[in-house]
Design a protein around this ligand. Structure first.
Ligand code: FES
Length: 98
C-alpha cells in the first residue's frame, strides 16, 4: 500500500492502490478544492506531485486539456482527481486551500 505524504502539512497516510489522490487527501482529513467533484472540469484540485510521479496513472486527454488552462502549471502538475495511485509512495503539494 502506498504512503501518501501531503505537503505543506507533512501528514502521511496509508492509501490504497487504485485510489485517486483526491480521494486519498480527502480521506486524510486534509482540505483541497474539488469544485467539480472529480470530473476534470474545474481545475481546482491542481497539485504538484513532488515524489513518486512514475507510479501514478498517466495524464489522459481531459486532464491535459484542463491543465493547459491553469496558470502556474509545471512539470509536476496533476489534477488530484485524475491521478490514480499505484503501489509506490507519493508526495504531493496542495496549492490552494478551501
Ligand atoms: S475536482 Fe475538478 S478538476 Fe479535479
Amino acid at each position: 500500500m502506498p504512503v501518501l505524504t501531503i505537503m505543506p502539512s507533512g501528514k502521511q497516510i496509508q492509501a490504497a492502490e487504485g485510489m485517486s489522490i483526491l480521494q486519498a487527501i480527502l480521506s486524510s482529513g486534509e482540505s483541497i478544492n474539488h469544485k467539480c467533484e472529480g470530473k476534470a472540469e474545474c481545475g481546482s484540485c491542481h497539485i504538484f506531485v513532488s515524489e513518486g510521479r512514475k507510479s501514478i496513472s498517466k495524464i489522459q486527454r481531459l486532464e491535459n486539456e484542463k491543465l493547459d488552462t491553469i496558470v502556474g502549471v509545471g512539470s509536476k502538475s496533476r489534477l488530484a482527481c485524475q491521478a490514480i495511485l499505484g503501489n509506490e509512495n507519493v508526495t504531493v503539494e496542495i496549492l490552494t486551500f478551501v
